[in-house]
Ligand binder design. Structure first.
Ligand SMILES: NC(=O)C1=CN([C@@H]2O[C@H](COP(=O)(O)OP(=O)(O)OC[C@H]3O[C@@H](n4cnc5c(N)ncnc54)[C@H](O)[C@@H]3O)[C@@H](O)[C@H]2O)[C@@H](O)CC1
Ligand SMILES: [K+]
Length: 505
């Protein structure tokens, strides 16, 4: 499923009208009717409905929705919140059609909307769509405040009014919808931390727009869904042996933090890695060996309880993950630089490794093999030299510019983990829940990704599948036996068998 910006939506609209021959009126008819049908699932037969219509094409959709619901027998009052002379084009056309069918439209002229809303069960918000610019002007600011005070159900058309389609905007005022019916493609703002919640539950409706404009665009953004996982996750051959499934290495750990690499390693093995070696400080090996019995161990020189150097380490593995529980000490950047230069194949860098990386960033461009960075927002902001709020305003652009500039894959973790390849294409992961906001879940993800990177699939597929599996496992656990309070990172490792059985069933 493609995810679009306002510009991509308008380009698609123009292409559909100018090149394909689908008239704007027809697209608006399709949109309004599809949205009305979708809304019907949330409506009761006797609901009293108020639809607030703005002056743009979002309002135009509103006129079609009103007509469709009225024809189906619902009690709908249409409040037009703009001067009739300001309503133009396709919206004006559908306004006329509504009137020609004998229905009436009230105009907002400062009347007491609050009391008008009092006897309504549902408000449909068709005030503003993707065309919004700047701070909300009257009367929409006032109407949005009233909608948010209103106790009944609020259904928004395309976007909650006041929310822009794109990232990089501060939101001062917007409708807090219970449900949003999105026209054809989800917009970027439905995946941003500061705007996603305004949408409530959202679904998309197909209005017949072609996707070739987006497909031929410079960079694409897509949601990675279950179907993608089932399509791309390699099944195992009966003739495979442990070497077929990847020989991985995990470098990390310090005396104070033995748990991180234990979780990464157990997750890698559970997720399918054939063979796994752990390179860590001598002091931790006995405890780790009791915990991860399937792994082999390589002891690294230590100092003050952390790794001093990579010593005689052999780098010939199918995949290497570095950084988990490694600590932020003064030898760390030298260790990171050595790992960057010595690893010919795939190198995944996580956690403390990302802090060390910041000091040796230019060495990234000396690498030939695949590099994957798995930062959470704090680590990504540190790498970019910006604040976390700045990053969260524009996660798509920041992740993209970092990935393209340094020729790396970036897995930016969050409620909607964002995967970016070195060309700048992006995938959004829809799985996962608040239970994952706990220590150790990042270590588990690194292990799953290390394993995925060693299986016969593209790097993009490996990362998207790994992130999806991690989140989906947490979702199943929350649904079946845990809660978002008690879920532990190690539960996610133990939940992997059920996820695999589910995917391959
Ligand atoms: N392919 C498409 O793009 C389609 C879009 N459709 C609908 O059309 C919408 C986009 O239509 P428009 O481009 O007319 O945009 P809007 O419906 O968002 O309206 C924009 C108008 O609102 C006013 N406005 C903008 N910012 C404002 C602010 N801050 N405060 C107060 N008023 C403000 C401006 O006068 C502007 O003309 C979509 O969201 C969707 O609902 C559908 O009808 C069908 C196809
Ligand atoms: K809207």
């Amino acid at each position: 499923m493609f995810v679009v910006t306002a510009k991509e939506m308008y380009d698609t609209d123009r292409y559909a009208m100018e090149r394909v021959g689908l008239e704007g009126k027809m697209l608006m008819e399709n949109a309004g009717r599809a949205i009305a049908r979708e809304m019907e699932a949330s409506l009761a037969e006797n609901d009293n409905i108020m639809i607030l219509v703005g002056k743009g094409n979002n309002g135009g959709d509103g006129f079609v929705i009103a007509r469709t619901l009225l024809e189906r027998g619902y009690a709908v009052e249409v409040l037009q919140c703009a001067e009739t002379s300001d309503i133009r084009g396709d919206a004006a056309f559908h306004r006329e059609v509504l009137l020609n069918m004998g229905y009436s439209i009230s105009e907002y002229e400062g009347q007491d909307v609050e009391s008008l809303l009092q006897d309504k069960d549902v408000v449909i918000d068709a005030l503003l769509g993707i065309g919004i610019k700047g701070a909300i002007r009257p009367p929409y600011d006032y109407l949005i405040t009233l909608i948010n005070q209103y106790q009944g159900k609020v259904l928004s058309v395309d976007l909650p009014s006041g929310i822009p389609a794109d990232e990089g905007y501060e939101v001062h005022q917007a409708v807090e919808a219970d449900q949003t019916i999105v026209v054809q493609f989800p917009k970027v703002s439905s995946f941003l931390q500061h705007t996603a919640a305004f949408y409530g539950d959202w679904t998309t409706v197909d209005i017949g727009l072609p996707s070739n404009v987006i497909q031929s665009g410079e960079n694409q953004k897509k949601v990675w869904g279950r179907r993608d996982v089932v399509r791309t996750l390699p099944s195992r051959s009966s003739f495979s042996h442990k070497g077929t499934h990847g020989k991985g290495l995990v470098i990390g750990g310090a005396v104070a933090m033995p748990g991180s690499i234990a979780m990464t390693s157990r997750a890698a093995l559970r997720a399918g890695a054939g063979l796994l070696t752990i390179a860590t400080v001598q002091e931790n090996v006995t405890a780790l060996a009791a915990n991860v019995v399937e792994a082999t161990y390589h002891t690294l020189p230590s100092q003050h309880g952390h790794i001093r150097s990579l010593g005689e380490l052999d780098f010939s593995y199918d995949g290497i993950a570095i950084g988990m529980g490694m600590g932020r000490h003064e030898q760390a950047p030298t260790i990171m630089k050595e790992a960057l230069l010595q690893t010919e194949g795939t190198l995944l860098i996580d956690a403390d490794g990302l802090y060390a990386l910041k000091q040796v960033l230019p060495s990234l461009s000396d690498r030939e093999g695949t590099t994957v960075l798995t930062p959470h927002p704090g680590e990504m902001a540190h790498l970019l030299g910006i604040t976390v709020p700045e990053l969260l305003q524009r996660p798509f652009s920041y992740a993209q510019s970092f990935a393209t500039e340094h020729d790396v894959y970036v897995v930016l973790k969050g409620a909607f983990t964002l995967i970016t390849n070195p060309k700048g294409d992006q995938w959004i992961n829809p799985t996962g829940n608040a239970g994952l906001a706990k220590g150790g879940t990042g270590d588990v993800l690194s292990g799953i990704l290390l394993s995925m990177l060693m299986q016969p699939q593209t790097v993009e597929e490996a990362l998207c599948n790994g992130v999806w599996i991690h989140g989906y496992t947490a979702d199943i656990l929350i649904e079946q036996k845990h809660s978002s309070y008690d879920l532990l990172a190690s539960d996610v490792i133990d939940g992997l068998p059920a996820t695999y059985r589910n995917i391959f069933s």
